[in-house]
Design a protein around this ligand. Sequence first.
Ligand code: HEC
Ligand code: HEC
Ligand code: HEC
Ligand code: HEC
Ligand code: HEC
Ligand code: HEC
Ligand code: HEC
Length: 678
Amino acid sequence: MRRWQQKTALSVLFCFSAVSGATALAADKPGHGNKQMGESAQKVIANPNGMEKVNGVKTLQDYIVQEKELFDYLFQNHPVFKYQEEGRLIGMYKVSDRGEEYMDQGNGQKYSKRVGRPSAVQYRLAAKSILDFPNKFVGPEKCGECHAVQYEKWQRSRHAKTIRFPGEHPEVDNDLKKKLYGSDASILPDGVTPDAIYATVGTPRTKYGFIDSYLVRGSYHIEGGLLKDGTGTMVAGGNQFSRGWAEWLTPEMAKKIQKVIPDFPTKMEDFGASGSHQWGMTSYGAKYKKEFLFQPASSYCEVCHSFKFDFKNKQEYLDALGDPKKLQEHTISRGIACEECHGAGGHLDGGNGGGMPSNCERCHQRFNYVDELAETEQGKEKLEYAFNVKMKSSCPSCGTEGSQMFMSSHYDKGMRCSTCHDPHEVTGNDWKSGYTKPAIKKDCVDCHQVQAEMAANTSTHAKNSCTSCHMPNMGSCENFTAIQYPDMAGFDAVRKSHLWKIDVSPDRKTLNPPEGQPRKSTTKGWTVAQDENGHGYLDLMWTCARTSISDHDVVERKGCHSQFQSELSKGLHFKDQKEIYGKVMKWQTPVKDSLAKVEDALKRIDRKVAKNKLSIEDKTQVLLLTDKAREIVEFVRKDGSWGVHAPRYARKRMDAATTYVTQAEAIADGKGTKTASL
Ligand code: HEC
Ligand code: HEC
Ligand code: HEC
Ligand code: HEC
Ligand code: HEC
Ligand code: HEC
Ligand code: HEC
C-alpha cells in the first residue's frame, strides 16, 4: 500500500468553475460575504421583463426572479450564516444565483451589451426546474411500465447514477467516509456525514461532489466538528474527491514529469488555492480557506445533474429544506431521467412533454462568448463565430461536446449527438469503471468506409481505433490549473474532444491564449482555434502524444506516444510537435509527391491519347491502365490522411499507380508492348 502521509504532499487543483479570477474580493459587493443576491439578479428582480406575468410562459428573467424566495429562506436558515455570525467561518462566501450563472458566465454581459438584449450564453435552463410546483413529473419507473427496453439501457448509465443518496454507493461498500485508493480522502469531506447531505454527485470515473441538506452545493468542509450538529468551524474548499489525484497522479509520476517540465508542481503548496489539507481532496467552487460559492442547486447543479420533487407547492418544498430524509422521500425523478429529455409526463395524457422538448445540448453545449472574435472578419459577418468553447483554465471544460461539435463539419452536415450516441445507453461499459466508453450506435467506419478500408491494411496502428487519434482526451472536468500544460498535451485531460479534424502542422495549436499573452494556464481567455472555415482542429501533440490517465485509448494502446506514459520504444516517445510533424512528413511527403506525379502523368497521357493515333488495342490498354491509376488516386485522396492511416499500404498503392501510368504513357508514346499485363 502507498504511504501517502510520508510523501511530499501533492495536491491537485480542482474545478472552481464559477469563482471569479480575482483573489481579493471586495466584501461590500452584493453577495460577497453578505446576504444579498448578486448584482445581475438584483437588477432583474428590481425591474423584471419576463413573460410569465403576460402570458404565463417563463422566460430567462422569470427564472431569475423565481429564485428570490428561495434565497430569502436560505439567508435565514442555512448553517453557513450561523457559522459566520458566530465567527466560525474560514473564507468568504460568494453568492451565486441564476443571474450570475446565466447572465454573467461565459461573458454573457459582453454579448448582451453588443446585441443590446440580455442573453444567457453558457447554458440553458430546463423547461422545468426544482422550483416549479406543482410539476407533472411521474418518474422514470412510470415510463418504464411500458418502455422496458429504454429503461434497462438507461438505468445502467451514468445518466441514471449521477445523483445518488447515501446507501446507493456499491463502489465504496456504502461507506462514504471510506478512504480511497490509499489516499486520506473519501467521497465526503471532513465533518460532513451521510445524514447531513441530500445526495452525492458523480460516479467513480473522475470526481464526486455533494449537495447539502438545504440543496446547496457543498463547497466547504467542517473542521473539528460536524455539519449536522452545527459544530466546529466551516472552512472554504477541501470539498471534492478526485480519483485522478488520489489514484493516478502519484508523487512518483509528478516527479517524473518535473524532470521534463521544471515548474510542474510536486508539493501541496505549489497547487495554490485549489489544494486542501488532504491528498485526493481538492477545493472546487472554492479557494481553499479563502472563498467559496454559496450556490443553491437551483442555479447550477440541478440544471444538469437534475432532480425533481413531488411537493404540491413551494411552501412544502421550503419546509422540507434541511431535512435530507424528507427531500429524498419526495424525490420523484433524478439524474438525467426520461422526463428531462422527453418532458414532464412525456406523451402521457395530461403530461406536458410529447416528443422531445429538450436535447443533449442543454447540458453538453457550454459556450463561451469571446468579444475579440466578434471583431474578426468572420465575427463581423456572422456573430455566432464568436461563440467558442467554455474553458476550464486553458483546456475545454467538460460538458462542452456540443460547443466543440458546433465548429465541426459533422455539425455542418446535420449530424447531432444522437447520430452517433444511443441516447439511452450513454454508458457502454460498467458505470463504476474509471474509463468512459459510451455506447455508439453509429461508428466512424459506418460512414467513413474509405478510411476504414485504408486503415484495415496497416500494421502500424492496427490496434488503434479512429478515436485514438481523432478524439483525444483533452477536456478538463477538474480545472487543475497548475497541471494544465496544453502545449505538452497534458495533464488534466479527462474528456474526449469532439472536434475530429486533425491539423498537420509543426506549430499551429488547438488551444491558444489571447494574442500576445503568455502560453500559461494562468493566462485568462484561452480559446479553441478555428481554421478558415470556422472549424476547430486538433494539433499533433494532442493527437499523438497526449498524457491522460483516463483516456482508454491511450491506456489500452501502451500509452501511445506520451513521453510519460508510453511503453513503446524510446524513439517513439514524442517530445514536441515539430518532432511529430517530421515523422508525419516522412509518411505524407512521398505519398503526396507520387500522387502529384501520377496526376501530371494522367493529364499528359490524356493529351497524348487525343493527339497520337493509337491502335484500338493500345488505346484499350492505356485506358485500362489509367482507369486503374485513377481509382488509386481517388482512393488516396478520399482517405485524406496522405498515408497516416496506413503508411506502407498507401505507398504501395501509389507505387502501383506509378507503374500503371508509366506503362500507359509508354504505350501512348508508341513504345509500349502489347503484352503489358494488368
Ligand atoms: C401506458 C403505457 C406507456 C407509458 C406509461 C409511457 N408510454 Fe411512451 N409510448 C407508449 C406507446 C404505446 C407508444 C407508441 C408506440 C411505441 O413506440 O411503442 C409510446 C411512445 C413513446 C415515445 C416515442 C415517440 C412517440 O411519441 O411515439 C417516447 C419518446 C415515449 N413513449 C416516452 C415515454 C416517456 C418519457 C414516458 C414516461 C413519462 C412514457 N413514454 C410512458 C406507451 C407508454
Ligand atoms: C451545464 C451543465 C452542468 C452543470 C450546471 C453542472 N454539471 Fe457537472 N457535469 C456536467 C456534464 C455534462 C458532466 C459530464 C462531462 C462529460 O462527460 O463531458 C459533468 C460531470 C460532473 C462530475 C463528474 C462525474 C463523473 O462521473 O465523473 C461531477 C462530480 C459533477 N459534474 C458535479 C457537479 C456539481 C456538484 C455541480 C453543481 C455545483 C455541477 N456538476 C454542475 C454538466 C454539468
Ligand atoms: C438524454 C436524453 C434521453 C433520456 C434520458 C431518455 N431518452 Fe428516450 N429518447 C431520446 C432520444 C434523443 C430519442 C430519439 C431516438 C434516437 O435518437 O435514437 C429517444 C427515443 C425514445 C423512444 C422511442 C423509441 C426509441 O428507442 O427510439 C422511447 C420509447 C423512449 N425514448 C423512452 C424513454 C424512456 C422510457 C426513458 C427513461 C427510462 C428515456 N427515453 C430516457 C432521449 C432520451
Ligand atoms: C439534463 C442534463 C443532460 C442532458 C439533457 C444530457 N446529458 Fe449526458 N450527461 C449529463 C451529465 C451530468 C453527465 C455526467 C454524469 C456523471 O458522470 O455523473 C452526462 C454524461 C454523458 C455521457 C458519458 C456517459 C458515461 O458513461 O461516462 C454521455 C455519452 C452523454 N452524457 C451523452 C448524452 C447524450 C447523447 C444526450 C442527448 C441524447 C445527453 N447526454 C443529454 C447531463 C445531461
Ligand atoms: C461522430 C460521432 C459522434 C458525435 C456526433 C458525438 N459524439 Fe460523443 N462520442 C463519440 C465517440 C466515438 C466517443 C468516445 C467513445 C469511446 O471513447 O469509446 C464519444 C464520447 C462522448 C462522451 C464521453 C466523454 C468522456 O470522455 O467522458 C460524451 C459525454 C459525449 N460523447 C457526448 C456527446 C454529445 C453531447 C454530443 C453532441 C453535442 C456528441 N457526443 C456527439 C462520438 C460522437
Ligand atoms: C453519420 C456519418 C458519419 C459518422 C458516424 C462519422 N462521420 Fe466523420 N464525417 C462525416 C461527414 C458527412 C463528413 C463531412 C465530409 C465532407 O465535408 O466532405 C465527415 C467529416 C469528418 C472529418 C473531416 C473533418 C473536417 O472538418 O474536414 C473527420 C476527421 C471525420 N469525419 C472523422 C470521423 C470520426 C473519427 C468518426 C467517428 C468518431 C466519424 N467521423 C464519424 C460523416 C460521418
Ligand atoms: C494514427 C492516427 C490516426 C488514426 C488511427 C486514424 N486517423 Fe484519420 N487521420 C489522421 C491524420 C493525421 C489525418 C490528417 C491528415 C492531414 O490532413 O494531413 C487524418 C485524416 C482523416 C480524415 C480526412 C480529414 C480531412 O480533413 O479530409 C478522415 C475522414 C479520417 N482521418 C477518418 C478516420 C477514420 C474513420 C479512422 C478509423 C478508421 C481514422 N481516421 C483513423 C490520423 C489518424
